[in-house]
Design a protein around this ligand. Structure first.
Ligand SMILES: O=C(O)CCC(=O)C(=O)O
Ligand SMILES: [Fe+2]
Length: 351
């Protein structure tokens, strides 16, 4: 159940230990050097300049999607001011609203993925899931029939209009990126979007308050995103990590960059050529962190399967097809750990 506890309250209480529900088992705890947000890797996710010549963009996208399942884009056309303004108003919701005002927007306690202010990725933690050190605000933004700005924060006054503008910009960028990803695989530009159909888009602002025990907790547990493509912006604090070749690597915030995360349905549609990105967020003891993720998913009724143009006798389907709504239900009942939900669809192609 989504109780009234938000981690921001725990953080503000100035506790020196965290309640036991937030303590990760030893194998999931961040290694101590990964808490040092300046000290980690020299291997950063690739940055791709979308204003470069098309052939080089396609080659870079292909490399990034095969190797990382993640890349930054720059010169992407989304106004910097809009990104900055949205970060500012989202932060203001968490920092400047009194808690009783914030709780007026609380997520529905018993339904998964309901819109609003919450703290838990899963409805219940009966399956032993450790709680994340994160509060969030989830907005349902597309299709327009789901968009109801009156359920979003009413303050600062520009909050709702900015969120709507940002939603439209992200949709356009996601369409552009799916077209480039398709072309980078040598298939027609519309191929991936044809399988996905109309976008179901959610925007989630995640707020990670300072945590007294970054060595024992996670801001957000290891997972891959469920839908097709996620576009993420963050502030300059840092804390997002991607799993690459068995190692957790910090994603250095790139000012004005947008991080693209390949999500599960894209791995299926590309028949495994492009990999979903396993990622998580660590906490830190000193500074609150904000990220804003925009998820683009198929409708629940859409059947997802490898794109016909990527399947042949030499390259048989590697995933069984799945109705997206069924995939979602199993994700919410099994939990997000790693990419195990996707792995259940893997076919044995060795025969
Ligand atoms: O806070 C972050 O950087 C990651 C957020 C994320 O992975 C998610 O909301 O799915
Ligand atoms: Fe994610």
């Amino acid at each position: 159940m989504e109780g009234a506890v938000r981690v921001q309250i725990l953080s503000q209480m100035g506790i020196s230990e965290v309640p036991s529900q937030y303590i990760q088992p030893p194998e999931n705890r961040p290694k101590s050097e990964t808490n040092n947000i300046t000290g980690l890797s020299c291997r950063n996710v690739p940055a791709i300049d979308l204003s470069c010549e098309k052939e080089s963009v396609l080659a870079a996208i292909q490399d990034a999607c095969r190797e990382w399942g993640a890349f930054h884009v720059i010169n992407h056309g989304v106004p910097t001011k809009l990104m900055d303004d949205l970060r500012r108003v989202c932060l203001s919701f968490f920092n400047d609203f009194p808690m009783e005002e914030k709780l007026k927007y609380a997520c529905h306690p018993n339904s998964a993925a309901s819109e609003g202010y919450g703290s838990r990725m899963l409805v219940s933690s009966e399956n032993g899931t450790v709680l994340d050190w994160r509060d969030y605000f989830d907005h349902h933004t597309l299709p327009l029939s789901r968009r109801n700005p009156s359920s979003w924060p009413h303050f600062p006054p520009e909050y709702r209009a900015l969120t709507a503008d940002y939603s439209d910009e992200m949709k356009a960028l996601a369409q552009r990126l799916l077209a480039l990803m398709s072309e980078s695989l040598g298939i027609k530009a519309s191929c991936m979007e044809d399988v996905i159909g109309e976008f179901y888009q959610n925007i989630t602002a995640s707020y990670y308050p300072p945590c007294p025990r970054p060595d024992l907790t996670l801001g957000l547990q290891s997972h891959s995103d469920i839908g097709a493509i996620t576009l993420l912006i963050q502030d300059d604090v840092g804390g997002l990590q991607v799993l690459k070749d068995g190692e957790w690597l910090l994603v250095d915030p790139l000012p004005n960059g947008i991080l693209v995360l390949v999500a599960d349905q894209t791995e299926i549609i590309t028949n495994g050529k492009y990999k979903t990105c396993v990622h998580r967020a660590v906490t830190n003891a000193n500074k609150a962190r904000l990220s804003i993720a925009t998820f683009h998913d198929p409708a629940k009724t859409v059947r997802i399967s490898p794109a016909p143009d990527l399947v042949s006798q030499d390259s048989p389907p590697r995933y069984s097809s799945v109705v997206y709504g069924d995939y979602l239900s199993s994700w919410y009942s099994n939990g997000p750990e790693g990419k195990r939900n996707l792995d259940t669809l893997l076919l044995d192609t060795s025969k």
